[in-house]
Design a protein around this ligand. Structure first.
Ligand code: SF4
Length: 383
C-alpha cells in the first residue's frame, strides 16, 4: 500500500466507507447505492479524501481556469421556470436584447483583456430568427482566431430548431458551420420528471436534453453538463441525475467536464429560501468526482459557491475553477453574492494556496499555460 493509500485509510478509519474506498483505489466503478451511501455519510473528510484521490489520479496537481467572458444576448423567454430569476417577458421594463454591434463591442473589450472564450446563452426568445444566431456567431468568430465560442443550452438549441423548422441535427450543423465550438451544459437542472416538472415546468425532458448533447457529440462536438442541486430534490434524485450523465458519457465520451450548480434562492417561486450549505456543496462535488469516473474534469463554479468555498472545493475533487466571467446575470439575479468577475491573478492565487499547479486552459480543457512554482509570489505569506 502506497503512502497516499495509507493516509487515506487513516482518514477513512471507522467511516463505514472502506469498501467504497477500496473500489475507488482499484479504479472500479461505484454503484448508485454506493453513491447514495456517500451522500448519507456525515464523514465529509473521508468522502473528500476519496474524491481528492480520484481527482489526483486523473489530473495530478494540475488545476485549471479559463480566461472567458459571459454574454447574455437576451433575457426574453417564452418559459417561466420556477427557479429562474433571469427570464423576462416583452412587457417587462427590465427585459433586454443585445444588438450585434453591442455584442461585438463587449467581445472586443474582453479580447483585449486576453480571453479565449465567449460563453453565450439567453432565454428562449419569442421571435428571433435563425439568422440572428448565425450572424452573431459569424461576427464574433471573425474577431480573433484564438476566440472559442461556447454557446447555447440544450433547450435553446431545441427552441432555435423549432423556430427555424429544422431538425436538431440540421440546426447544430448550421450553427457549427457559423462558428459554434462547444455547447454549454446549462439547463440540465434535475432530470427526474417529478422534480423537473416542479422547478422547470415546460422545459425539455431529460431525454431531450441528453439527446441534443448526444447528437452534438456524434458530429464530433464537445460540451459540458450540469446539475442544479440544493432545492427540492432528494439525494436519490441527484444520484439518478449523475447516473444518466455517466451513461451518456459511456456512449459518446463527448462531455469535457461536469459543473454542479448550487441553487440560488432569490427572486423565484420555489419554496426553498436558502442556498446549499458548504457541507452539502463539498460532498456533492466530491461524490460527483467519484461517481463520474468517465469524466476528466469537475468544476468548482465560484459564481454559485462563492470564491472561498470554490477554493476549498479544490481539495474535494474539483480540478477546475471555471473562468474570469466578467459579467454574470443569471446567478446574480437569483441572489448570488459572489463578485461579477475574477482576475487571472486571483484564480492563480486560489489554486496555488491550495497546493495545486495552476493551468490556463481553453474551452476543451487543452492546456494553454502551466504556472509552475515561479508563480509562488501569489501565495499569501504566513503571518
Ligand atoms: S431557466 Fe432558461 S428556459 Fe427557464 S425561464 Fe429561465 S431563461 Fe427561460
Amino acid at each position: 500500500m502506497g503512502s497516499i493509500q495509507i493516509l487515506l485509510s487513516t482518514a477513512l478509519r471507522d467511516s463505514g466507507l472502506e469498501d467504497i474506498f477500496e473500489k475507488v483505489v482499484d479504479g472500479r466503478r461505484i454503484t448508485e447505492a454506493e453513491a447514495l451511501r456517500l451522500f448519507e455519510s456525515k464523514n465529509l473528510n473521508a468522502v473528500g479524501a476519496m474524491a481528492d484521490f480520484a481527482n489526483q489520479r486523473k489530473n495530478g496537481l494540475h488545476t485549471s481556469y479559463i480566461l472567458n467572458r459571459y454574454i447574455n444576448y437576451s433575457n426574453y423567454c417564452i418559459l417561466s421556470c420556477q427557479f429562474c430569476a433571469f427570464a423576462r417577458k416583452k412587457r417587462d421594463s427590465d427585459g433586454f436584447q443585445l444588438s450585434l454591434s453591442e455584442m461585438v463591442g463587449k467581445a472586443r473589450g474582453a479580447l483585449e483583456a486576453g480571453i479565449t472564450e465567449l460563453h453565450i446563452v439567453g432565454g428562449l426568445h419569442p421571435s428571433l430568427p435563425l439568422t440572428y444566431y448565425l450572424d452573431m456567431l459569424k461576427a464574433l468568430k471573425a474577431l480573433s482566431s484564438r476566440l472559442q465560442l461556447k454557446c447555447f443550452t440544450a433547450i435553446e438549441i431545441l427552441h432555435i430548431s423549432w423556430m427555424a423548422r429544422k431538425s436538431v441535427v440540421e440546426t447544430l450543423q448550421i450553427l457549427k458551420e457559423a462558428g459554434l465550438d462547444s455547447l454549454t451544459g446549462g439547463g440540465a437542472e434535475i432530470f427526474r420528471k417529478e422534480v423537473r416538472s416542479l422547478i422547470a415546468k415546460g422545459k425539455e425532458s431529460a431525454s431531450e436534453y441528453l439527446d441534443v448533447h448526444r447528437q452534438w457529440h456524434l458530429m464530433g462536438g464537445r460540451s459540458t453538463c450540469t446539475m442544479l442541486y440544493g432545492h427540492i430534490e432528494s439525494l436519490d434524485d441527484r444520484v439518478d441525475h449523475l447516473r444518466q450523465l455517466r451513461a451518456l458519457q459511456d456512449e459518446t465520451h463527448g462531455f469535457t467536464g461536469f459543473i454542479p450548480l448550487a441553487y440560488q434562492p432569490g427572486n423565484n417561486s420555489i419554496p426553498v429560501h436558502h442556498s446549499p450549505t458548504g457541507f452539502d456543496s463539498l460532498r456533492t462535488l466530491a461524490i460527483s468526482r467519484i461517481f463520474l469516473d468517465n469524466f476528466d474534469h469537475v468544476t468548482a463554479y465560484w459564481i454559485g459557491l462563492g470564491t472561498k468555498l470554490a477554493q476549498l472545493a479544490l481539495q474535494f475533487g474539483a480540478d477546475d475553477l471555471h473562468g474570469t466571467i466578467q459579467e454574470e446575470h443569471i446567478f446574480h439575479m437569483a441572489g448570488s453574492a459572489a463578485p461579477q468577475s475574477q482576475t487571472e491573478s486571483e484564480m492563480i492565487k486560489s489554486i496555488l494556496e491550495s497546493g495545486r499547479i495552476p493551468v490556463q486552459r481553453d474551452t476543451f480543457y487543452d492546456r494553454i499555460r502551466i504556472h509552475e512554482e515561479s508563480s509562488m509570489s501569489y501565495v499569501t505569506p504566513p503571518r
